[in-house]
Design a protein around this ligand. Structure first.
Ligand code: C2E
Ligand code: MG
Ligand code: MG
Length: 606
């Protein structure tokens, strides 16, 4: 390895400056020479001023920038007031006088320079005290650099960060910031803040049929119309997609927010022509108003959003104001997830069993497990009030898992105590969503095994509507369940669109004819014919048929006459706790020594 020698750094020769014999010693001449070169440096504006902010000396680039100056003499003795706007010159003068007083430098201050005769520019200026040999401040000097390009780029970035590129409107970030400011200002004023959440109703159709460029033009036009409606101090923002928000930050007591909302609805829906096409766009609005400076901006936005969905549900092209009614629903949704999780953990869910009877011999054949929720505040809640929401929130698995487990446990207990025969079956409702969850089959197999019940005693009920549309995964799950030996029933049959052949391919064993048909059976020939045809065809395909929701003797008689196999309904028995089921229907098994009595079936119908 080469030896490291002085004056050399890793092979790069460094001129030995210190030893250079021709280096001149510092002198007044040299200083003047250096300063002259410095003042000739391109780009840098250097200046020296006296105590009255009059120029003593400036750099060549400073001279070059001034329209009527070619010589140093054109500048010396003049001040900023001769070159810049009054406003800028005054600010600079004030800075320099302060500097002279205090001796404190001003470092890289970015300021806008405004001129009499050319566009504004941005400069970063450093100013220092100019001292004589005794250290007295005799003026100022400094250097200023043009940073216009940099400032413009920063402004463009900031604009981009706070604005929507398509419409130029404020974006979500900017809106949330202004909403916070508007709320904070409520403290000092007697106004209210309104938030209007606007969602276009048919934008996707326009985008799909006319293309994204036409879609963008629609958004720009909607933005223009919204801006025309809003007042000074209001903010119109685009939230992405076809969502806009109008923030009215100072709504007076007598301002009617409904009037503003209907104006928005009208303005958006006014026809416009794009590239020869007549276009009509409509909007659904959700509105929320507050006078509370402590209101949470995110929560307000959520309220407006909830109200907007209500407006959509009510038929679109209109608005809905968030009120106490919607508030309670929002709170319910918000707290729902936690309540369900806690409910499962604290065993607030329980099962009632609705008996199922053979219509021909009036024997008790089984029972359907129906879930209930013993809610700590609301009392017993019916499944219709929480199952759909639980499905929507992805929590149905928690409930269905409990139901399956508890029903199998109960069946095992009945079997172990000799309470029911091996032909007795327990039906459990399974949410359609669970069918496409790959773990259902596994879960059913494990539960049946754990409780030691025969799969053939378990019936899973799937509503017909769950099988409408894409059913690939569901069909696979049903086949696997059937393979396990579990029986499958299609619940609420007649409410979907399945054909019987289609149903048969799904390995379904039982059809439960929906209550709505049974309801009309006494009064409508058509419903009677439909049930008769379904029953005959189901039998031909090897399926049995259950009539649900039997409430009258007439319905019971008709169903029996039409060949329906089993029946369920309030007339026969209501859903009941497992102990009551046993008490009402006695020992379900023939008691030794009284074999001829048989299980007790349908209560007296006369
Ligand atoms: P479903 O499976 O069709 O259950 C029958 C519903 O009809 C039950 O309502 C039952 O109480 C009611 N019902 C029975 N007989 C009559 C009658 O004669 N007249 C009238 N008007 N109603 C009768 P419930 O218990 O409120 O359950 C409603 C639905 O909630 C069920 O309809 C089922 O789809 C669902 N469900 C119930 N339990 C569960 C469960 O554990 N898991 C899932 N995923 N869904 C369940
Ligand atoms: Mg059912
Ligand atoms: Mg049903």
């Amino acid at each position: 390895m080469a030896e490291h020698r002085a004056g050399e750094s890793n092979g790069t020769a460094v001129p030995a400056l210190r030893q250079a014999p021709e280096t001149p010693a510092p002198s007044g001449d040299l200083e003047r020479l250096c300063i002259r070169n410095l003042l000739a440096m391109p780009g840098e504006r250097i200046f020296f001023k006296d105590r009255h902010s009059r120029f003593l000396l400036v750099s060549r680039s400073f001279l070059a920038e001034q329209t009527h100056c070619t010589e140093m003499a054109d500048v010396i003795g003049k001040s900023d007031f001769d070159f810049f706007s009054q406003e800028h010159a005054s600010a600079a003068y004030a800075d320099e006088q302060r500097l002279i007083q205090t001796g404190e430098p001003i470092m890289a201050k970015v300021e806008k320079e405004t001129f009499h005769d050319r566009p504004d520019a941005w400069v970063a200026t450093t100013k220092l005290p100019l001292r004589d040999d005794e250290g007295n401040v005799i003026g100022t000097f400094g250097i200023s650099r043009d940073v216009t390009a940099q400032v413009m780029a920063e402004q463009a970035l900031a604009h981009q960060a706070l604005h929507d590129a398509v419409t130029g409107l404020a974006n979500r970030l900017a809106l949330m910031d202004r909403l916070s400011q508007a709320l904070a200002a409520l403290d000092r004023t007697h106004v209210r803040v309104a938030l209007l959440f606007i969602d276009l109703d048919n934008f996707k159709g326009i985008n799909d049929s006319l293309g994204h460029e036409a879609g963008d033009r629609v958004l720009v036009e909607v933005a223009r119309r919204l801006l025309r409606i809003c007042r000074r101090g209001d903010t119109v923002a685009r939230f992405g997609g076809d969502e806009f928000v109008l923030l009215c930050s100072s709504l007076r007591e007598d301002d009617d927010v409904r009037l503003i909302a209907s104006r928005v609805v009208q303005a958006v829906s006014a026809k416009f022509v794009d590239d020869g096409h007549d276009l009509t766009v409509t909007a659904s609005l959700g509105v929320t108003v507050t006078g509370d400076p402590l209101a949470d901006p995110g929560a307000l936005l959520q309220q407006a959003d909830i109200a907007m969905y209500e407006a959509k549900a009510a038929g679109r092209d209109g608005f809905r104001v968030f009120d106490a009614h919607l508030r309670s629903r929002a709170v319910a949704t918000h707290e729902f997830d936690e309540a369900v999780r806690n409910g499962v953990e604290r065993q607030e869910f329980f099962l009632l069993y609705q008996p199922l009877f053979g219509l021909e011999d009036q024997s008790l054949r089984g029972a359907e497990a129906l879930v209930r929720w013993q809610h700590p505040e609301r009392g017993v809640v019916l499944p219709g009030d929480f199952i759909p929401l639980a499905e929507e929130r992805g929590l149905i698995g928690l409930i269905d898992t409990f139901v399956l487990d508890e029903a199998c446990r109960q069946l095992a207990e009945w079997m172990a105590t000799g309470t029911c025969p091996s032909s007795f079956s327990v039906a459990v409702n399974v949410s359609g969503r669970q069918l496409s969850d790959g773990s259902l089959v596994e879960r059913v197999a494990a539960t049946v095994r754990r409780h030691g019940v025969s799969p053939s005693q378990l019936c899973l009920e799937i509503t017909e509507t769950a099988l409408v549309g894409e059913i690939g995964e569901a069909a696979t799950a049903l086949a696997a369940l059937s393979e396990l030996g579990v029986r499958l029933a299609l619940d609420d049959f007649g409410t979907g669109y399945s054909t019987l052949a289609h149903v048969q391919r799904l390995n379904v064993d039982i059809l439960k004819i929906d209550r709505s048909f049974v309801d009309h059976i006494g009064g409508s020939d058509r419903d009677r014919e439909i049930i008769g045809a379904i029953t005959a065809m189901a039998h031909a395909l090897g399926m049995s048929v259950i009539g649900e929701g039997i409430e009258t003797h007439r319905q019971l008689g008709e169903l029996t006459a039409l060949g329906c196999d089993e029946g369920q309904g309030f007339l026969l028995a209501r859903p009941q706790p497992p102990a009551d089921l046993m008490a009402t229907h006695g020992a379900l098994l023939p008691v030794p020594g009284a074999r001829d009595r048989g299980p007790r079936g349908i209560p007296s119908l006369t």
